[in-house]
Structure formats: structure tokens, C-alpha cells
Design a protein around this ligand. Sequence first.
Ligand SMILES: [Zn+2]
Length: 108
Amino acid sequence: MVSRGAPRGVPKDAQLPAPFHGVHVAPPQTGCERLVWRKPTARCTHLRVRRHTCECQPVVYELCVSGGLVFIRRTVRKPTGLSVRETEWLLTARAMELWQRLLTGQAR
Ligand SMILES: [Zn+2]
């Protein structure tokens, strides 16, 4: 009798050192909404990052909260330095919906 299947104790995503990875965004899907990425406004100095995507990627997205509004900040690492852009500032519910769409490749 031949035993099939993965050996016990080896997780499926064993190629990634799990503790060092955060959320990876999915590739853009068909019909992906194109977001408007604006120059940072910096209208409030007090800002909290509630969620962020994995630092191993050349593009990192952060869900930021400031003054009761929420927006997504995108940081692109380029040879010339960092390029920082952000979405419009939204109410929490709208921003969370947008964050989910971004992660699943429905908006970018
Ligand atoms: Zn990663």
C-alpha cells in the first residue's frame, strides 16, 4: 500500500518564512478599478497606520486613519527613492471596503 499526500508537519506555504510575511495583495483582476493616487496632503500630523501589506514587496499599501477619516497610502520603492501617494480620504466603512478590494485585486 502506497501512502499519498503531503508529509505531516509541513505547511502548504512552507516556501515562505511565515513569521516574516504580512499580507500580499492579489494581482489585478479583470475589470480592476483604477484608483486615483494623489500627492500626500499631510493635512493632519496625527496619523495611525491600522493595516499594512507585506514589506517584502516593492509596493507597500497602508491603511491610515487621521482625524476620523481613513485613506490608503501607497509607497513605491524606486532606485531614486520612495514615491508616496494616497487615495482620497474616506469614511471608515467606505475605506475598509476599498482596502478589501485593493487586497483582492479588484482595485489598484
Ligand atoms: Zn512578503
